[in-house]
Structures are given as C-alpha cells and as structure tokens.
Design a protein around this ligand. Structure first.
Ligand SMILES: NC(=O)c1ccc[n+]([C@@H]2O[C@H](COP(=O)([O-])OP(=O)(O)OC[C@H]3O[C@@H](n4cnc5c(N)ncnc54)[C@H](O)[C@@H]3O)[C@@H](O)[C@H]2O)c1
Length: 283
C-alpha cells in the first residue's frame, strides 16, 4: 500500500514531532487534537524547530514554508476519512486510546492502517477495540522525534505481514531506522529504560543522593548523555508513571512497582519539562 496522507492524533511533544517528520518527508498531514489552541501550540513548536534549522542554514525559508504547508490543523476526527495512515500520539491511557481506535475504525477508509505511538500499552489490546486488528500496529518514536533515529515497530497478535512491511518501508522514508519488536509490556525500550529511571527515583526518595548527584553518576560514570532524572523530566513524569503501571500490571511482578515519589510528583502536577517543574525547575 502506498501511504500519502497521514493523520497524527495528539499535538503534544510526540505528536507534533511526528507530524513534522512526516511533513518533511512529503506526506500530507492532518495534526489533530481536542482543541484548536492545542493544535496551534503543536504547530508553533514545529515552526520554531524548522525556523531554527533555517537560521543554522540547514534548510531554506522556502523549504520550511512548504513543510508547514503540508500540515493541516484538525479538531475533527472525521478528517481521518481522508487518510491512509493514522498515527495516534494522545495520552498514555488505555481507555482513551481504545475509544480513539474504536472511533477511527468507523471513520477511516477500509484500507487505512491505524498505528499507535504508545510507549508501553499492549498493541493487541488497542487493536481489539477495532474490527481491523490486522491493520493495527505500534510505531514507537523516540523523543525528540526530529532528532532520534529509532522507531520500534510493534506487531500485535493479529498484525498482518503486509501491514508490517508497509510501516517498515514508510518509516525508512522518514529517515528513521525501524526495529521489529513483538508485543510485550514496555516492548524493549521502556522495559529496560523505565525500571532504571524508577530506581533512580527510589534512590532520591530514600535520600541516597541528590537529584544532581544521581544524574552525575549516570552521566560521568556510565557515559549516558543525560542523567535518568533529567530524562524522566523530558519524557514527562505522568508518562513515566503510566509506563511503570503498565509494566507492573502486565508482568504482575513487584519489581516494577512505581516509586511513591513519582506518584506524588504526578499528583502535584509536576510533570517535568512540559509543566515547568519536575525533578528540576524549567523557565
Ligand atoms: N514523551 C515521550 O518521551 C514519549 C516517547 C515515546 C512515546 N510516547 C507516547 O506518546 C504519546 C503522547 O505522549 P506526549 O509526551 O506527546 O504527551 P503530551 O501530553 O505532550 O501530548 C498528548 C496530547 O494528546 C492530546 N489528546 C489527549 N486526548 C486526545 C484525544 N482524545 N484526541 C486528540 N488528542 C488528544 C492532548 O491534548 C495533548 O496535546 C503517549 O502515548 C506516550 O506514551 C511518549
């Protein structure tokens, strides 16, 4: 199948990045969110990113404008009736995602593939909300999307081989590297990454070391480009908590229990960089 038109659902940090890379690759993109101001915020971020590339001489102002012209703002899910592929990047919550996929199943053309950028939720369960589970797949982009090369492609139980192939090929057109993974809690990336972040939060919670000291140990001692608490702030602490809960429930193993301090921060609305405060304070 030849993908030409894409809808991205959720104009947050991931959705806007995904819309940007799709538009850069020449796809026509609908960027959808619940309210016009949410879509505008996402578009503003894309414009800022691209304008930085113009200033640095990486692209021309004309190229920026033609990339932006590939993106149409949307607050109506009915726009999915015009697309070949939907990439859902709304919040990490099974109830919300299932509802979106059930609606998309009614609206999107029969040939359309429905992908989720979920960080950890089972693709098989999301697919069960539709009558086309063979056309449902995981496309797990990394943050920040325009920079990071990896896309984990997750096969649900029923995902058809030709659907996998279409998505693998499409991912390469975005100048990303697809890696095939089967459906299991947290896939590969977050099954390994999030327990490390959660352990760093436990170390802080137990007073073993300060935020800065924990990050310094992992940066200077393990050669990580950023410390786990900084990374948690970048991912979003609400997203980190959802993922730990998914691992905990999915494996039924207490080694994945979310740290109480993570829960406390999320309850306080300290979501990390996107809310201005997490383990660090952001301007
Ligand atoms: N943050 C990361 O590092 C990261 C990395 C990979 C994958 N993900 C996954 O990507 C998804 C989005 O994460 P994010 O960090 O961009 O979150 P975010 O909070 O920045 O953005 C989510 C957006 O979805 C919108 N939204 C919520 N419900 C919606 C609905 N029913 N219809 C349309 N829009 C809706 C919200 O208004 C918001 O703008 C999550 O599933 C997350 O697990 C996140």
């Amino acid at each position: 199948m030849n993908v030409q038109t894409v809808m991205v659902i959720g104009a947050g940090q991931m959705g806007s990045g995904i819309a940007q890379v799709c538009a850069q690759a020449g796809y026509k993109v609908f960027l959808n969110d619940l309210k016009p101001e949410f879509v505008e915020r996402g578009l503003g971020g894309i414009n800022k990113n691209l304008s930085r590339n113009v200033e640095k001489g990486r692209i021309t102002a004309d190229t920026r404008d033609s990339i932006l012209a590939n993106i149409t703002a949307s607050t109506d899910l009915q726009d999915a009736s015009q697309v070949d592929l939907v990439i859902e990047a709304a919040v990490e919550n099974m109830e919300i995602k299932s509802k979106i996929f059930a609606q998309l199943d009614e609206i999107a053309p029969a040939h359309a593939i429905l992908a989720s950028n979920t960080s950890s939720l089972p693709i098989t369960e999301i697919a069960a909300a539709t009558k086309r589970p063979e056309k449902v797949i995981g496309m797990h982009f990394m943050n920040p999307v325009p920079v990071m090369k990896l896309v984990e492609i997750i096969r649900g139980l029923a995902t058809a081989d030709e659907v996998y192939q279409t998505i693998e090929d499409m991912t390469k057109t975005l100048e990303k590297v697809p890696v095939e993974v089967n459906d299991a809690p947290g896939f590969i990336s977050n099954r390994i990454l999030l327990p490390m972040i959660n352990e760093a939060i436990y170390a802080l919670h137990e007073g073993v070391a300060s935020v800065e000291a924990i990050d310094d140990v992992m940066k200077l001692g393990m050669n990580h480009p950023m410390g786990p608490l900084t990374l948690a702030d970048f991912i979003g602490l609400d997203t980190c908590l959802y993922i730990m809960e998914t691992l905990h429930e999915g494996f039924g193993d207490d080694k994945y229990r979310p740290c109480p301090l993570l829960r406390k921060y999320v309850k306080a609305g300290w979501y990390g960089k996107k809310s201005g405060r997490g383990f660090y304070v952001y301007e």
